[in-house]
Ligand binder design. Structure first.
Ligand SMILES: [Zn+2]
Length: 79
C-alpha cells in the first residue's frame, strides 16, 4: 500500500488522468483506508471541477445588472 507521502506525490498526475490503471487503483485503495488523503483528493477534485465550470463566459451587461439587483449589490455596479 502507498504511504500518504507517495500518494500525495502522485496526486497531480492522478487528477490529470495521467496515471497507469495500477497506480490509480493503488491511490483509490489508499483513499478507501485513509480518510485524510480521501479528503485531500476530494477537495482537490471539487476545486478542479469548479475551476473548469467557472471559466466564465463574458456576462452580458444587462444580466450582470439584473443579477446584482437581485442580490442587492447595486452599490457594487460600476455606473
Ligand atoms: Zn493517506
Amino acid at each position: 500500500m502507498l504511504t500518504c507521502e507517495e500518494m500525495l506525490g502522485l496526486l497531480s498526475d492522478y487528477v490529470d488522468g495521467q496515471l497507469s490503471p495500477e497506480l490509480c487503483e493503488a491511490i483509490e485503495r489508499h483513499m478507501a483506508e485513509c480518510h485524510n488523503c480521501y479528503v485531500v483528493v476530494d477537495s482537490l477534485r471539487k476545486t478542479i471541477v469548479l475551476y473548469r465550470q467557472l471559466e466564465p463566459p463574458e456576462m452580458p451587461k444587462e444580466v450582470e445588472t439584473r443579477l446584482f439587483r437581485v442580490l442587492n449589490l447595486e452599490d457594487f455596479l460600476e455606473s
